[in-house]
Design a protein around this ligand. Structure first.
Ligand SMILES: [Zn+2]
Length: 113
């Protein structure tokens, strides 16, 4: 891979350059993956059966949960081999609790009527 080091360029150009020079496809937001997994699980449970599940509400729930969590990123060089290793940890429990709180919060105060 040829890496061009910019000299005397603006920050914007460097940002463009790093995206051209490196493939960020393998940078995985593990927190987002877990939030969506727990959101899917919990929205199917009984306590959520009467909650609005429109596009706006579900995205608000995901955003609310994600904003309350410390992000965890990982670099995936081995495909999905390690994708499930956080689920059973303390962090997995934290994510599950944050998703539960987000569902209840948004269901009680949806951004629409
Ligand atoms: Zn809604």
């Amino acid at each position: 891979m040829k890496i061009v080091t910019p000299i005397n360029t603006f920050q914007e150009i460097k940002v463009m350059s790093i995206r051209d020079d490196y493939d960020f496809e393998n940078l995985i937001n593990e927190t987002e993956r877990l939030v969506l997994k727990y959101l899917e699980d919990q929205l199917q449970q009984d306590f959520a059966k009467d909650f609005c599940k429109c596009q706006d509400c579900v995205l608000d729930m995901a955003a609310y949960a994600l904003n309350s969590l410390k992000p965890v990123y990982r670099v995936s060089l081995l495909g999905s081999l390690y994708t499930h290793n956080l689920d059973e940890t303390e962090y997995g429990k934290e994510v599950s609790a944050a998703v539960n709180k987000a569902i209840l919060k948004i269901a009680a105060n949806p951004s629409h009527d």
